[in-house]
Design a protein around this ligand. Structure first.
Ligand SMILES: [Ca+2]
Length: 662
């Protein structure tokens, strides 16, 4: 019976095929004695070659079927004990926004993960959307995977072309080929913009990157009321005729349905659910129920300066910030709350209430997904990683905020009196709103700077909660080791016991660049030195280097809230550098550059050697011109366009340019 199967698939033959172990041979099946190879047989790969080479036929073929023996290849299953993986990341959420990290906005779902696992207070993103996301799913630096900047402003260099190279496969592909069900819900932003129309190609859509199921939007942001929504690669419109429909709720429903269905059909099959809501990127689109709930709490009535003090006090009380941390000063570039008039305060409080409602709403829907994991009996068998934001809070609303984010992209500030016309509708489908830049700075408490800024922790610090019951022995603990978004893939691989592949589809794979964070799960390692000892940062010409507790960083030469209108200096010589000892000074309060010029020089040299290693060159700090630089476009060379009937969701990269035309 089963022994016979094993004879035909001997240990030596398995090793030759790249297989390491046979498990669960499905012996109880009545026909097991009659067949060589059983439909219920499973196998765990050694994972070096993905997919594995096809196994040799293990049966017997004669002229007649009645004299032959059929054979089925065993089903690939992950290593025993490999958990489900729920990988959650919100968008544009500041370090100091959620209650889990001292913020005033209630995030009980993130609290839940933190309280059954660990909080990481020194974890970093790239400071921008597509770059962080590409780094997250590949375990490589953003420039290493063509994502030195967002895809919309890609340029024709390996570090910036928005193409994830085939020699750097994603966690989706790796887990899928090792027997996981893989899925992606929410924001994509990793498909090259010129490949994001219905003309494809689709190999860098989620379903082409190893994620078997996708429900979400392709670009950098989307209306939550009426998004450009896709199921896999097909546009869908579930919101039509349903005015209370909201994507935050719909994507939670979808993820819950997906997990439930899997549990019922294949209860033993582990899954990867990559869950990345549009919140809290603009447009801030919470439901009216959440607007009321948060507005009634009056969280922001005392303004952004007071908010910072409140958050920092909470962070000290919770142990998020150590005793030696100092609150960085309010920047002179942004107005003090007390200098504002009544109308300004009224508008700005509304903007923050809507943002707060959006974050609380998103966390609530994430909480429903986590509760569904619990209800399915899978919580003890699930590694949950909840990353608070893919970059710092966004100051892209300019100084006054805006009822429509696209005014920022066009460099048009909207006066407060004009914005007040939208006051009653803020957050509804009639608006595409963003809050004032000063709120972003406050949401990044205790750090300096905001989204787009990789040089300072305000742009890169993301609170992370991580849990896997029974595997983290310091439940509710805090970890201060420096880590980076490229460390998540190696952490997942170590937790699942799945090796890093040497080849995927015959393509030799380049090394993963992050390090596993699993050593921090051990209580004995609470104060262990970080295993991520060096990390460069670069975005839009601004840059920094972390090395063994030191950070050298350029002073941002342009302001993120000026976006397309700023005039940048020479990208090499036009920047001042700062130097921090972040072991002693975790908020980057004391600039030591003038005191320690030799240390600064050593760190600058290290930045450039790392930059060469990871495709960071050539540096480019251009702003508006970068949006309009030539890049692949499906309309190139065409002057006539004919469209008949219904056609929607065509991205600018596949549509005729109507800029400066009437
Ligand atoms: Ca983002």
């Amino acid at each position: 019976m089963c022994r016979r199967y094993a004879l035909h698939f001997s240990r030596g033959a398995l090793a030759a095929l790249g297989f390491t172990a046979l498990t669960g041979l499905g012996c109880p099946a009545a026909f097991a004695q009659a067949v060589t190879g059983a439909p219920g047989a499973t196998i765990t790969l050694d994972g070096k070659q993905l997919p594995p080479p096809p196994p040799n036929f293990g049966g017997v073929i004669k002229e007649k079927a009645s004299e032959s023996q059929p054979w089925w290849a065993p089903r690939v299953v992950p290593p025993k004990g490999a958990p489900n993986v729920l990988l959650i990341m919100t968008d544009d959420q500041g370090f100091g926004a959620p209650s889990t990290f001292g913020g005033v906005i209630p995030t009980p779902a993130m609290d839940r993960v933190a309280n059954q696992g660990l909080r990481f207070t020194n974890f970093h993103s790239t400071s921008l959307c597509s770059p962080t996301r590409a780094a997250l799913i590949t375990g490589r630096n953003h420039h290493s995977v063509g994502a030195g900047v967002v895809g919309e402003i890609a340029t024709g260099y390996p570090g910036y072309d928005s193409i994830i190279p085939i020699e750097k496969g994603t966690i989706g592909t790796i887990l899928r080929e090792n027997g996981y069900a893989t899925s992606w819900f929410g924001k994509n932003h990793n498909t090259p913009s010129y490949q994001s129309s219905q003309a494809g190609p689709f190999n860098q859509w989620p379903t082409g990157m190893g994620f078997e199921y996708f429900y979400g939007f392709v670009g950098g942001d989307a209306s939550q009321w009426q998004p450009n929504l896709y199921r896999n690669t097909t546009a869908i419109y579930p919101f039509e005729g349903n005015p209370t429909w909201n994507l935050e709720t719909a994507m939670a429903d979808e993820a819950i349905h997906y997990m439930k269905q899997l549990k019922e059909i294949a209860p033993e099959k582990p899954w990867l659910v990559y869950y990345v809501p549009g919140a809290t990127h603009a447009p801030h689109h919470p439901t009216p129920e959440w607007v009321k709930k948060i507005s009634d709490m009056h969280l922001f009535d005392e303004g952004w300066n007071k908010l910072r003090e409140t958050i920092f006090a909470n962070q000290k009380r919770l142990g998020i910030m150590p005793e030696n941390a100092q609150l960085t000063p309010w920047p002179k570039e942004l107005p003090e709350w007390d200098s504002l008039g009544l109308e300004e305060k009224k508008l700005f409080i509304k903007q923050a209430d809507i943002y707060g409602a959006y974050l609380a709403y998103a966390d609530n829907e994430i909480g429903r997904v986590i509760q569904a994991v619990d209800d399915l009996g899978e919580l003890d068998n699930t590694l949950i990683i909840y990353i608070g934001g893919d970059n710092g809070a966004s100051a892209e609303g300019m100084l006054n905020g805006t009822p429509n984010e696209f005014t920022t992209f066009n460099g048009i500030p909207v006066p407060v009196k004009d914005q007040l016309l939208w006051y009653p509708f803020w957050g509804s489908e009639r608006t595409f709103p963003h809050f004032a830049a000063a709120w972003a700075w406050a949401m990044d408490t205790p750090f300096k700077w905001v989204k787009q800024v990789p040089s300072h922790f305000g742009g890169t610090s993301q609170g992370v909660a991580m849990s896997w019951p029974g595997h983290i022995d310091d439940v509710g603990g805090i970890r201060r080791q420096f880590h980076h978004v490229i460390d998540i893939v190696p952490t997942i691989l170590e937790a699942t016991g799945i090796p890093t592949p040497q080849t995927i589809n015959g393509i030799e794979q380049r090394p993963i660049e992050g390090v596993s964070m699993m050593y921090t799960w051990d209580k004995a390692n609470v104060d262990a030195a970080t295993r991520h000892t060096t990390q460069y940062f670069e975005m839009l010409g601004n840059r920094a280097i972390y090395d063994n507790g030191w950070v050298a960083a350029t002073t941002p030469a342009t302001r993120p809230w000026e976006l397309s209108t700023a005039t940048p200096p020479d990208v090499i010589s036009g920047y001042n550098w700062e130097l921090y000892n972040v072991n002693d000074d975790p908020t980057q309060f004391n600039d030591l550059a003038a005191k320690l010029p030799d240390k600064l020089k050593q760190m600058q040299d290290l930045f450039y050697s790392e930059a060469k290693k990871y495709n960071v060159l050539p540096l480019d700090n251009s702003t508006l011109s970068r949006w309009n630089t030539p890049r692949p476009n499906l309309t190139a060379g065409r002057t006539e366009f004919a469209y008949s009937g219904e056609l929607s969701g065509v991205p600018p990269s596949a549509a005729p340019s109507v800029l400066n035309k009437s």
